[in-house]
Structures are given as structure tokens and as C-alpha cells.
Design a protein around this ligand. Structure first.
Ligand SMILES: Cc1ncc(COP(=O)(O)O)c(C=O)c1O
Length: 434
């Protein structure tokens, strides 16, 4: 299989080259959660748990006396030198740790999952800390399936689902979500799904909710239907739940693993990338039925050894934030969503406002300046002539299906996870240049 740079990363590279405002890739330009950042700093400087405890209880006064005791004038000292006085000469957290994740983080993941969904995975037997959802997905494919096995993928899709399937010799079987703009929904055709799942080669379905790129949040009924099919056709569900806290307008995220008959057949993939605004930290986790955990950990260990130890310490502090913190994530994105929805509509884009996640999958065919282009050229025009980077819609569809042209060919994906000022600047460019 020939692999190439993902189109999303290509668009990010072109955005830099053409000084376009980058609304292509799904990462923010805002600071990550401070508690989480501090957790990693404390691990890096503190070195050991005793060192961290010492740092946590320290005041500026303590730090000044420590420095002045060593003969320095603390108020004149560069912060970097001052902080070096805190460094523990002994270290545990910049070193290799358990390949499947430090215990403290696995327990935090279990507590967090229980707090939100009333379902507690066993930190010893079910949770593996990985390098983001992306590695979690790859390790799952390799550990659970064999070349030739098929996995059902809903298109439009996050591009790693089929591309990683290709790496491991798996066969993606596509079904298509279709926009009903009048009703304001992206719809799952149950007959099409049943037909796909009944193929004997199919071993699993990938479920991404809230969904990238459409923003669809699968309802309880839709998930119950998926659970019913998984049970009927003896398939796994691999769920990608990284946008679980980014949900609008009263929609709710449901935990598929808790549906009837699903505990033994659900692989739950999650990460701190979106929840902690920390896509570059590369910390995620996979929850597996106990009998499959060993196989997953073996792939993970051989592939990457482990996720970075000090950043795992930071992730503990993120997952231990209170309920108010997590409830506060979506409202900020809702303001951005509403602003970009209005901005895009005002220049002629047509769209269904997303129920969750932070993307707008917008139909550009009524935008006069773009209407003659296919979606790749429309995206190139936006980057070069308008100064805004997006992702062409056909990138989210398999080129082997007619829907790549008939459906994907009319969309562009905008990410609205950037700061409001960045979004305003992008909207202003669209108004000025389209
Ligand atoms: C649906 C989906 N899954 C997975 C990822 C990658 O997540 P991670 O950074 O945890 O690897 C993304 C990133 O945008 C995504 O949108």
C-alpha cells in the first residue's frame, strides 16, 4: 500500500507557506489547561513523588530563601536560574515507566470514566495508556484483527481510519452519512448499516461520536441499533470518543461500552488532545475487554514502548479536574461555532450546524467564487487567494466510492477550535476576498 502525507497536514503546510489563517487541522491556538501543564512541570522539576510534594507546598518566599541561602540575589536572578534551585538531583519521571501507563494515570482514567458514565474499567486489566487516539487505533487494528478482516467505516471519516486499516491489511467497508439540511441532521441509513455489518468478513465497526467532520452526535437509539448489530453479527465496536465533552444544544454523549452486550465487544479509544487542548502531548488511552488487553499492550510496547512519563503526570491532573471544568469546555466552543456558522452563511456557504466536536462541514457550491471548482481546487483557492486554509471534503470519503464525488465533492471542512480573534480575522478575509 502506498502511503502519502495526510491531506490535512498538507493543508497545514500550505497554510504556513501562503500565510493563510489555518482552519484546516483540528488544534487550537489557545493555552492548554494550566493544572495539566503544572502537573508536567512539577514532574519534570520534582523528579520523584517526594520532589513533587515538596514543590506543591512551596511558596515564593521559600524559593527566595533557598536561593539567597545559596548566595544569590533572588530578585535579580533569571527565572530559569531561580527555578533550577528546585530541581531534584534524583529522577524517576523523565525515565521509562510501565509501557501500558503509570498506575496513577490508569486509576485516574478509571475514576474519570466512572464519574461520567457509571462504568469503571479495571486499571490493571483494561486500560492501556497510548500515544494519542491515533496510536490507540493502530494498536487496536493490529492486536484484534488479521489481514483480510473488514471494518465498517462511516464516511465522511477521520482519515486515519481507512489509512491505518490499509497499513495493517484490513479492508474498510464504507457506509455514508447523508446531510438532511432542512432537518438539520446527518443521517445514518440503518438498512445500509445492516447490509454492511452482515458481511461475514466484517469484524468491527468504528464509531466516532461526536463526529469529525460533520459534528453529528449519535443518539442513544442509533447507538442501541449499532449495539444490536454488533451482538447479532458478533462484531466489535471501536469507539473514538475524543470529542466527548464538546457537545451543544442539549445533545448527550453516550458510552457505547455500557450498552447491553457491549462490555465484551467494545474497544473505547480516548485522549487528552481535545479535552486538554494538548494535541501535541500525545497522551491517550484504550479500554479493552480484559481478555484482549495483553495483545493490545504487546503491540503498543513493541511499537512505541510508552507515552511520555512526565506528560502522563500532567494528564492525571487534567482528568482529576472537577465536573465544572469539563462542563465549561463546550460553551466556549459554542460561541465560536455560532460565530463561524453565521460568518460562513453570510458569504453563501450552506451547512447543518454541528451538534458536537469543533468542525463545520460546509457546502461551498453556492459561493460564487468557488462554485466552478472541485473541493481540492476550492480549498487551494481559499488558501492562495482568500488566505484561509480548510480541508477539501472529498478527503473524508473513499475515492473508491461514488460518494467521494457526489457527496464529498461539495464540502469544505473548517475547524473552529482557534481563538475568537483568529476566527474573526478569517471571517473578515472571507468577506473581503470572496
Ligand atoms: C476523530 C478523531 N480521532 C482521532 C484524532 C487524533 O487524536 P489524537 O491526537 O489523540 O491522536 C483526531 C484528531 O483530530 C480526530 O478528529
Amino acid at each position: 500500500m502506498k502511503l502519502s502525507e495526510t491531506v490535512i497536514r498538507l493543508m497545514t503546510r500550505l497554510a504556513v507557506e501562503h500565510r493563510a489563517i489555518n482552519l484546516s487541522q483540528g488544534f487550537t491556538d489557545e493555552a492548554p489547561d494550566y493544572e495539566m501543564t503544572w502537573g508536567a512541570i512539577a514532574a519534570l522539576l520534582g523528579g520523584t513523588q517526594e520532589g513533587i510534594d515538596r514543590l506543591e507546598s512551596m511558596t515564593l518566599g521559600d524559593l527566595i530563601s533557598l536561593s539567597e541561602g545559596a548566595g544569590g540575589n533572588a530578585s535579580k536572578m533569571p527565572l530559569k536560574d531561580l527555578l533550577s534551585r528546585l530541581r531534584n538531583p534524583y529522577d524517576q519521571f523523565s525515565q521509562y515507566s510501565f509501557p501500558f501507563g503509570i498506575r496513577e494515570l490508569r486509576v485516574a482514567i478509571a475514576d474519570y470514566t466512572e464519574a461520567f458514565y457509571g462504568h469503571r474499567p479495571d486499571p490493571e486489566d483494561q486500560i492501556t495508556v497510548v500515544l494519542g487516539a491515533s496510536e490507540g487505533m493502530a494498536a487496536t487494528y493490529r492486536a484484534f484483527f488479521s489481514p483480510g478482516d473488514a471494518v465498517v467505516v462511516m464516511q465522511p471519516f477521520h482519515e486515519i481510519y481507512p489509512s491505518q486499516a490499509g497499513i495493517f491489511g484490513l479492508v474498510p467497508k464504507f457506509i455514508t452519512l447523508r446531510e438532511d439540511r432542512d432537518r438539520g441532521s446527518w443521517d445514518l441509513d440503518r438498512d445500509e448499516l445492516r447490509r454492511a455489518m452482515s458481511d461475514p468478513a466484517v469484524r468491527a465497526i468504528i464509531v466516532n461520536t461526536p463526529h469529525n467532520p460533520t459534528g453529528k452526535v449519535l443518539s442513544e437509539e442509533e447507538l442501541a441499533f449499532i449495539a444490536e448489530l454488533c451482538n447479532e453479527y458478533d462484531c466489535f465496536a471501536i469507539t473514538d470518543e475524543i470529542y466527548e465533552h464538546i457537545i451543544y444544544d442539549g445533545h448527550r454523549h453516550h458510552y457505547l461500552c455500557a450498552f447491553e452486550g457491549m462490555a465484551d465487544r467494545t474497544i473505547t479509544i480516548n485522549s487528552i488532545s481535545k479535552t486538554g487542548k494538548s494535541t501535541g502531548w500525545r497522551i491517550g488511552w484504550v479500554i479493552t475487554p480484559p481478555e484482549h488487553t495483553r495483545a493490545l499492550r504487546a503491540v503498543h510496547d513493541n511499537l512505541v514502548v510508552q507515552a511520555p512519563t512526565p506528560l502522563q503526570k500532567g494528564a492525571v491532573d487534567l482528568l482529576r479536574r472537577d465536573a465544572q471544568f469539563f462542563a465549561g469546555i463546550a460553551p466556549k466552543y459554542r460561541i465560536k461555532r455560532d460565530r463561524l456558522v453565521a460568518g460562513l452563511r453570510s458569504v453563501g456557504f450552506a451547512l447543518t450546524p454541528p451538534e458536537g466536536a469543533y468542525y463545520l462541514f460546509a457546502d461551498y457550491r453556492k459561493v460564487t467564487a468557488l462554485s466552478g471548482f472541485d473541493s481540492f481546487d476550492a480549498a487551494m483557492h481559499l488558501i492562495k487567494e482568500v488566505g484561509v486554509a480548510t480541508v477539501p471534503g472529498d478527503n473524508f470519503y473513499s475515492p473508491d466510492t461514488p460518494e467521494a464525488k457526489s457527496e464529498g465533492g461539495r464540502y469544505l471542512r473548517f475547524a473552529f477550535c482557534r481563538s475568537l480573534e483568529t476566527l474573526e480575522a478569517a471571517i473578515e478575509r472571507l468577506h473581503r476576498n470572496l
